[in-house]
Design a protein around this ligand. Structure first.
Ligand code: COA
Length: 372
């Protein structure tokens, strides 16, 4: 019998990312996340995860052009957005939008390695356009077309918020995208690989991954963190609020991790960005409340913040609406999901674990009319 929740079960071999939970280390293709957060752009991380090496300058430029050329939504997806913006939550929009986009994908049902590569880059390029169009429409505004002069992160914010971010904000958001791009066999990546292993198509695998990311124990935690910060409202109220919740055996969102037993290295960067962006915006309240919560949770439970904790105050300082936080996570993680799907398919075997049967045995079938 394996551990509940498949803890410690190795479900795949991967060349994409690796975690050392004891030392608090994360690597993409052997590169330390601290170096990538310092030096790499999201586009470089995309290349790294898909090509398993860093790009040359020419290769990076070619990738930039490729992503820029794929940013526009197809007519069918763009036509769906007004309805989705009226009836769907952001993550449901993304799940439905990706599923629907499969019908009009230029590569159709082409399941070749080349077809899947094109679908992967197309999906990575289009997530920001979908999220931004949805948000503009639900706010009664026209979608802003992608700006081919802007890199991925700056274009995303421009389409979403209606104005071009300054350099510092654009780079901070770019770092957030780098930090969220891949994370070994997390629930959504596993879901994507399970679906891919049945030889279903790329869009089906990514739709499943979005569905898995939606939950509050996974990507949905960043939204829950922001709601908690708002409920607390003031650093002075953090201690009583957290102790009360822990006293009621409630979990504190943004803390704990299945693999990290020390600080999540991504949280180190997000904490710094939270402080810097708060200062820049002239409002350090969210950072200060977060600091207080971190202290109390450490004292009371010995738990460290995970990637979702400081991401909340970072996104708030950038003015991203709270209910879009998880879609922003998805817009980054789609780079990892698609790379995992391609890796799975390159050496596929159906993922089909066993289960331990714990129900009754040897029951006698009683005809319907004789049952009481
Ligand atoms: N707040 C309070 N207690 C927590 C906690 C949290 N955020 N995370 C874990 N714990 C406690 C549990 O209550 C449990 O205590 P117990 O043994 O006394 O019952 C113990 O730590 C183990 O927790 P468990 O949920 O079994 O660990 P897991 O490995 O299955 O879960 C998470 C990992 C991430 C799902 C879990 O830490 C969690 O729910 N965190 C909050 C949600 C979150 O931030 N998710 C984003 C992850 S990146």
């Amino acid at each position: 019998m394996s551990e509940k929740g498949l803890a410690d079960v190795v479900a795949a071999e991967t060349r994409l990312s690796d975690i050392d939970g004891k030392l608090g280390k994360l690597f993409y293709v052997g590169y330390d996340i601290h170096d990538l957060a310092r030096y790499a752009t999201f586009e470089e991380a995309v290349f790294l995860l898909h090509e398993l090496r860093l790009p040359t300058r020419d290769e990076l430029e070619a990738l930039d052009e490729r992503l820029i050329a794929e940013r526009e939504l197809d007519e069918f997806s763009a036509g769906l957005m007004p309805t989705l913006s009226e009836v769907a939550s952001p993550m449901s929009m993304l799940r439905t939008g990706v599923s629907a986009a499969s019908a009009y994908d230029p590569d159709g049902w082409d399941q070749s390695a080349e077809g899947n590569e094109r679908k992967a880059y197309r999906l990575i390029a289009r997530f920001p356009t979908m999220i931004a169009s949805f948000h503009r429409l639900r706010s009664g505004q026209d979608p802003i077309p992608p700006n081919p002069k802007l890199p991925h992160a700056a274009n995303f914010l421009t389409m979403l918020l209606g104005e071009e971010p300054d350099e510092e904000t654009a780079r901070a958001f770019d770092i957030c995208l780098v930090l969220h791009a891949d994370h070994t066999m997390n629930a959504s990546t596993f879901a994507a690989r399970v679906v891919a292993s049945t030889l279903a198509d790329m869009h089906s695998a990514i739709t499943a991954a979005i569905a898995a990311l939606k939950g509050p124990l996974h990507g949905g935690a960043n939204e829950a963190v922001m709601k908690m910060l708002e409920e607390i409202g003031d650093p002075a109220g953090a201690e009583a609020y957290i102790k009360d919740r822990l006293g009621r055996k409630e979990k504190i969102m943004g803390f704990g991790h299945r693999v990290y037993k020390t600080e999540d290295p991504r949280a180190t960067h997000l904490r710094r960005l939270s402080s810097e962006l708060g200062e820049k915006a002239g409002d350090t309240r969210w950072y200060e409340i977060s600091q207080q919560i971190e202290k109390v949770v450490m004292d009371e439970k010995g738990l460290y913040p995970n990637v979702d904790f400081y991401a909340a105050s970072v996104y708030r300082s950038i003015n991203i609406p709270t209910d879009l936080f998880t879609t922003v996570f998805a817009a980054s993680r789609v780079s990892g999901w698609t790379a995992h799907v391609r890796e799975q398919l390159a050496d596929n075997r159906l993922i089909r674990p066993e289960s331990d049967y714990i129900g009754p045995q040897d029951q006698t079938y009683v005809p319907l009319e004789e049952r009481s």
